[in-house]
Design a binder for this molecule. Structure first.
Ligand SMILES: [Zn+2]
Length: 241
């Protein structure tokens, strides 16, 4: 182990499906929440037909809907793409006054030996500015999500908003399996709205990071998945996510 930040790293990530397949339109089949919850209490994902955004924190999963509202996720709800872990931060910090790139650089500065590992990230506090999106969902399964998501998504901007931002930073070489780099979702403290983070400015709050060296990826057992085009479209993923 390179240093003490990693020596107490028992966590692993469980991921259902891969982002390439989801963005290619494999949005119908998936894992029920009750099964996903066996693998983690913290994470993010999407719903059938890419309808809305999922966030899971402290063991509770929320459906952040296209109209900007939030509903709890039922145990039987199917998630075609999800990434979860049992969150145990091994690095914590207080952060203030950071634009998104500075926030990311700060995370890298305080985890100097983790650049090739996964990070689970949680921020609780106030965002001076926040821009997030909520996917609209497809009219029919099988259509390519990557080409349509940015055209149909709802983008919401807020100022001085309190809440929790959680997600993962994945090594670049995992592009296509997951989203390389940072993938963060936000939920407002009063649980009234939230979505997939596009841009933000941290006012102040607490940051927790879990450095993770293990990922289990479960590929769907469906005919659709066997036919999916799971080649890596780096630019497409960057634009869509
Ligand atoms: Zn997302």
């Amino acid at each position: 182990m390179p240093d003490s930040q990693l020596s107490n790293t028992p966590s692993k990530i469980y991921q259902y499906s891969i982002i390439s397949a989801f963005l290619d339109g494999q949005t119908l089949h998936g894992i029920p929440l009750k099964d996903l919850a066996k693998h983690g209490d913290f994470g993010l994902g999407s719903f059938q037909l890419a309808d809305g955004e999922m966030i899971m924190l402290d063991g509770k999963a929320y459906h952040m809907c296209y109209d900007g509202s939030i509903t709890p996720v039922e145990p039987s709800t199917i998630l075609p793409y999800a990434m979860v872990t049992f969150y145990k931060p091994n690095v914590t910090a207080t952060v203030a006054g950071l634009l998104k790139p500075d926030f990311q650089k700060h995370i890298e500065d305080i985890t100097p030996t983790a650049k090739n590992y996964f990070l689970a990230i949680r921020f609780d506090g106030v965002l001076k500015k926040l821009k997030f999106r909520i996917a609209k969902g497809q009219d029919e399964p099988g259509a390519n999500v990557m080409k349509t998501i940015t055209k149909t998504q709802r983008v919401i901007e807020m100022e001085d908003v309190e809440g929790t931002m959680i997600g993962f930073r994945s090594p670049d070489c995992y592009q296509g399996i997951t989203v390389a780099g940072y993938h963060l979702h936000f939920i407002k403290k009063d649980r009234s709205t939230g979505g997939h983070c596009l841009d933000f400015e941290i006012q102040e709050g607490s940051l927790g990071i879990s450095i993770i060296r293990q990922i289990d990826t479960e590929l769907p057992d469906t005919d659709d998945f066997c036919k999916a085009n799971v080649t890596v479209d780096h630019e497409g993923i960057v634009n869509a996510e």
